[in-house]
Design a protein around this ligand. Sequence first.
Ligand code: SAM
Length: 284
Amino acid sequence: MQAIATVKKTKEIQNKYHIYTKKSYGQNFIIEPKVVEKIADAAVHDAGELVFEIGPGIGALTQFLCAKADRVIAYEIDQRLPEILYNEIGRDHLQVILQDFMDVDVNEAIRTYRQNNQPVVFASNLPYYVTTPILFKLFEAEEPIERITVMMQKEVGQRFLARENDKEYNALSVITQFRCEMKKVMDVSRHVFWPSPRVDSMVVQFVFHHRYDDVDAAFFIAMVKSCFTQRRKTIYNNFQSYAGDKASAKELLERAGINPGLRAQQCTLADFLRLYEVSYESLC
Ligand code: SAM
C-alpha cells in the first residue's frame, strides 16, 4: 500500500485533481505515515468494529482505517473529495458521505450503519474550527459509542485533560469526565501537516464509561455550564441563575457539601454530581 500521507503523494494528488487546500474547511492534510498509522492503531481494535471518520480529506488516515476495519463511513464536507477518495482508496471498505458533520443525526447514523450490535468507534483529524461542537455532538449521542480517537489543537486537548485547579479546567473538562475516560495518545508537531498550521496538535482518546447513565445528562450539563459562566466569580454567584435565587443557590451548595466561596474551577466531578443530586430533587 503506497501511503497517501507523504509530501510527494499529497502534491501528486493535488496536481492530478487540480485541487488546492481550503482554509475555510480547516484543511491541513497529514504528510507523515507513522502518525496516521498510530492514530488508526489506537482507533480500531478489531476489523469488525464500525468506524466513522469525520473529515477524511484526501484519505491520509482513511487509508489506514480501511486497512484495519471492514467498514469505514467517512463524512466529508468538501464536494471535490469523494471522487478522489474512491479513486485512491477504492470502495471495498469505504463509503463516503458528502455532508457537513454538524448536520448529521449521530443516533440515526449509528442505527443505519451498525450491524449485529458491532462496537462503534469514531476517528478524526478534526478541523480545528469545529472540534468542540463535534465532540459535544458525540458526547450527547444516545446510541452507544465505544471510543473516539481524535487529533485536535494541543491547547484544546489540554483543556479536555485538565483537572480541578488546573489553569485550563472548565465546563468542558467536567462534562467530558462525566462521559468518558480520556488519555493522550501522542503529541503531534505542526510540521507533519500540509499546509503547516500555526499550532501543534495532540491526539486524544475518549473511552465511554457509562458510569452515570442514570443521570439526566441535559440537566447535569446545563448545571455545570451555569457554574462556570464567569471564571472570576464564585460558584455561588454563578449558580444563582440556575438555582433561581441567592437563597436556593446557597442552600443547594451547602447541602452538596460545597463551600459557596469556591470557584467552579476548584470543584471536582464528584462535587458536581452531589450538586446534581440535591438540585435535581428540588429544581425538577
Ligand atoms: N483526515 C485528513 C488528514 O488527516 O489528512 C484531513 C484532515 S483536515 C484537518 C479536516 C477535514 O475535514 C478536511 O478534509 C475538511 O474538508 C473536512 N471538514 C471540515 N469541516 C467539516 C465538517 N463540518 N463536516 C465534515 N467534514 C469537514
